[in-house]
Design a protein around this ligand. Sequence first.
Ligand SMILES: CC(=O)N[C@H]1[C@@H](OP(=O)(O)OP(=O)(O)OC[C@H]2O[C@@H](n3ccc(=O)[nH]c3=O)[C@H](O)[C@@H]2O)O[C@H](CO)[C@@H](O)[C@@H]1O[C@H](C)C(=O)N[C@@H](C)C(=O)N[C@H](CCC(=O)O)C(=O)O
Ligand SMILES: Nc1ncnc2c1ncn2[C@@H]1O[C@H](COP(=O)(O)OP(=O)(O)OP(=O)(O)O)[C@@H](O)[C@H]1O
Ligand SMILES: N[C@H](CCC[C@H](N)C(=O)O)C(=O)O
Ligand SMILES: [Mg+2]
Length: 493
Amino acid sequence: MKLLDLINNLQVIKLDNKDELSNLEITSIEMDSRQVSEGSLFVCKEGLTFDGHQFIDDAVEKGAKAIVAQRPVKTNVPVILVPSTKQALAQLADTFYGQPSQQLSMIGITGTNGKTTLTYLLDAIFSKAHHKTAVIGTIDMKIGEKRYPVQNTTPDPLFLHKHLRLMLDEGVDTVIMEVSSHALKQGRVFGIDFDTAVYTNLSQDHLDYHPTMEDYAYAKSLLFAQLGNTYSKAKKAAIINSDDRYAELMMDATAQPIVNYSLDGSAVINVEDYNISPSGLTINLNTPDGPANITTKLTGKFNIYNILAAVGTAYQHNISLEVISEAIKGMEGVPGRFELVDSKQNFSVIVDYAHTPDSLENVLQTIDDLKEHRVITIIGCGGDRDRTKRPLMADAAMKYSDHVIYTSDNPRSEDPSAILADMTRHLRDDDEVFTVIENRREAIERAVQIAEKDDIILIAGKGHETYQEVNGERHHFDDREVAREMVQLRMSL
Ligand SMILES: CC(=O)N[C@H]1[C@@H](OP(=O)(O)OP(=O)(O)OC[C@H]2O[C@@H](n3ccc(=O)[nH]c3=O)[C@H](O)[C@@H]2O)O[C@H](CO)[C@@H](O)[C@@H]1O[C@H](C)C(=O)N[C@@H](C)C(=O)N[C@H](CCC(=O)O)C(=O)O
Ligand SMILES: Nc1ncnc2c1ncn2[C@@H]1O[C@H](COP(=O)(O)OP(=O)(O)OP(=O)(O)O)[C@@H](O)[C@H]1O
Ligand SMILES: N[C@H](CCC[C@H](N)C(=O)O)C(=O)O
Ligand SMILES: [Mg+2]
């Protein structure tokens, strides 16, 4: 694309050597000098670890033909000086890839917990309604039936707009994506024309990144503010959990129609009654399209909220209650979310992704309602993440478990024993209710060794993850594999 066409709508402060630019052809936009190739436009992004401006020489050496910067820089290629490269990056990406989000039905989901689960529910429903879907989230990116790895739950603008264009070209009509608070604060979803924004809940997480819960909540509210003020023909809406304490903040942030959902009161989508069992849920709910009876293999009261959010979103997209019910009924579980490891042993092993105080409380409350004997919980906390949640997670585990084994999750650059100390230093262990085993594999082995008939072992925090991240390296580790190996070993003895 001609550079002058690409930057036509960009607000620039200064444009050096404009005449040299007239015939410049841009082959790609990059924000990482290591990805630059001949003909790239390099955008200097100020990050949390590095400042992109320091890599201009590297970028030019690799073939960058022009630079977008937000402060004056010296280099021998044209420099486009803008007030904010964070905003310019998204606008340039949107232009370069032909504004794909405006030709797609875009559904964005935000909240502390439930986003990934909800993407699976919505993917099942929209696929059943004969939409060609794409999903972007924590586990991976799915385009039609193909799956691709992603580095972030919500990727950067270049990755997003590039892949939205690819999805459009592959006939996708509906994109379902998780939108993290990091992404909202960093402007990763700028330029994406969302049709529907969904709010699950807010509880403590990421306070290593957000200075306060208010900052965290404000970041989430940006998704609703970014739905825009115009009542376009595209019929936008905000799907909001009325029972959550931050619901009002999200509702106040948007000009768009609100489809709220609730277990406890009047809402557009509300519940008559429900039943929770080990094998799943049945929910009788009301919608403007009439009543519906929903059954699902998902279990736990928290999943009722995920179902209501899915029903509200599908209703907003004119999908019939019959298709919604059928799709949810037929949906298998979500990888690493309340996933059973069953090798015909006489006790249960559940692997779950709960890694926040609220999600751990939710999943243990569900287990508490289902249990027939003891509960043994294995839990750790991620390194380079919110340290203040560590004792809270330890307490949640103690509150519902007969025995807890504290272990490592992804230590990352932290000392695993220091993380475990953060979790357990305030605990008293008079009745030997907990042990600390730093090695996760040994922790799972111990739990399987001590399990008695009808016990439930919960292995929490990593869910679908197939790695353990230590000092920047990801070593293969899959809770489900290790649990299965240990159970089969015990059964062979
Ligand atoms: C802390 C954080 O959020 N960092 C994110 C951020 O990186 P950054 O801008 O701080 O990058 P940086 O390393 O400081 O580099 C600054 C700039 O210099 C450039 N650079 C850097 C090095 C070089 O040699 N050359 C070069 O040009 C970089 O490309 C970048 O443009 O922007 C990047 C691009 O969008 C993200 O990939 C990166 O996510 C890191 C990997 C990360 O781990 N983030 C986690 C905390 C995160 O975002 N999690 C959320 C939610 C998780 C959940 O709850 O589900 C997520 O959405 O994944
Ligand atoms: N609606 C909910 N409310 C509270 N906890 C939930 C809810 N849905 C799922 N959980 C719990 O939170 C864990 C994570 O669920 P899920 O992966 O769907 O959330 P997420 O928002 O995508 O999380 P992340 O932001 O880490 O990607 C689940 O394993 C379960 O324990
Ligand atoms: N097992 C992971 C879960 C959190 C992953 C994601 N939510 C993030 O914060 O990057 C950890 O605690 O390290
Ligand atoms: Mg997720």
